[in-house]
Design a protein around this ligand. Structure first.
Ligand code: FES
Ligand code: FE2
Length: 336
């Protein structure tokens, strides 16, 4: 058997999946009446949407004889019907109907806490089965569909913590993405333990060129979502948003859902201006994300990185992120 060398980094020493809200589908992907098998957090699941529009994520196997609801299950009003013997279950997982027989009282599907915010269907994952302790906020609606773009990257060989860490790694914007030199700070306005805010701006604003007046920020909400915001002199009264959702598929494989859009600060911003900014910044956001993917899939996670004075608050981010693991990820690997 191959033995790893003692000085070789353990590429990704994360042993547990974190606790929090994770995106499992974009809202538009699951129309009313849709039933779809999904696989996240190392398990098979089923997502469906009722006739009235409620999105539900459930364990897949029918408690009667184990049929998989994701293959042939159908939505009937506010219930899902098993393909095999047509038992029906409501959105709380209770069995409400059995053909030709009274409904057994104990028959129940496990429903995962599910919520929908900002056109994303989110599931609460907790290895210890605890209920959600916070809710995702709702942001402003997108003005027009052509001012918003959405992409999914599937099966990436990395981890949620690694991907979101880029929001704390200000130096990488200057180097790999070749943006202007940024300086930043940790914002005190964080809202509860699950919310962390960083704000940054270009360093040499005295030059007064358009790019010297760039301001940006990232809002982290729990272990699975970061909202990157940018404001610039070249696009006044407009906020550019890049929302990044990271969701485990299995231990070591990840889905990224990336949504970017432009949001006007007031109703006077002409639609034409918004479209122009979107046309320039949309491909730029995609370019930056795809540059990072190559790094994420090949890098090692160093628990004790050698940081320089120019680095962002990476350790601050890591210290904050730790709270989302049911056990300390580095600690538990050390004893394994
Ligand atoms: S297996 Fe689902 S109703 Fe029989
Ligand atoms: Fe990046």
């Amino acid at each position: 058997m191959h033995m790893s060398q003692p000085d070789m980094p353990n590429r990704f020493p994360f042993t547990e999946m974190p606790t929090g809200w994770f995106a499992v589908a974009a809202s538009h992907e699951i129309a009313p009446g849709t039933v779809k098998p999904i696989h996240n957090f190392g398990v098979d699941l089923v997502i469906y949407r009722t006739a009235s529009g409620k999105a539900v994520v459930t364990d897949p196997y029918c408690p009667h004889l184990g049929a998989h609801l994701g293959y042939g299950g159908t939505v009937e009003g506010e219930a899902i019907r098993c393909p095999f013997h047509h038992w029906k279950f409501d959105t709380a997982g209770r069995c409400t109907s059995v053909p030709f027989a009274p409904t057994p009282s104990g028959a129940k599907l496990k429903i995962w806490p599910t919520a929908e915010h900002n056109d994303m269907i989110l599931v609460w994952h907790d290895l210890q089965g605890r209920a959600p302790t916070w809710e995702m906020p709702d942001f402003e609606k997108t003005l027009a569909p052509e001012l918003c773009d959405f992409a999914t990257y599937d099966g990436l060989k990395t981890y949620p913590q690694e991907v979101l860490e880029n929001g704390a790694d200000w130096l990488h914007f200057n180097t790999i993405h070749q943006t202007r030199q940024l300086v930043g700070r940790v914002d005190a306005k964080s809202d509860g333990a699950h919310h962390l805010i960083f704000r940054f701006e270009t360093k040499d604003m005295e030059n007064d060129s358009a790019m010297d007046h760039f301001r940006g920020g990232v809002d982290f909400y729990g272990p699975g979502y970061a909202r990157n915001l940018s404001w610039g002199k070249s696009f006044p009264n407009i906020t550019v948003e890049n929302s990044v959702y990271v969701t485990p598929i299995d231990q070591g494989t990840l889905q990224i859902r990336s949504m970017h859009r432009v949001v006007p600060d007031n109703a006077d911003v002409p639609l034409e201006n918004l479209k122009q900014i979107f046309a320039v910044l949309g491909p730029e956001i995609t370019r930056q994300l795809e540059q990072d993917i190559v790094i994420w899939e090949q890098k090692a996670y160093l628990p004790h990185p050698m940081l320089a004075a120019s680095d962002g608050p990476i350790l601050k981010y890591r210290e904050w992120y730790k709270q989302f693991y049911p056990t300390d990820p580095v600690e538990s690997k050390a004893v394994a």
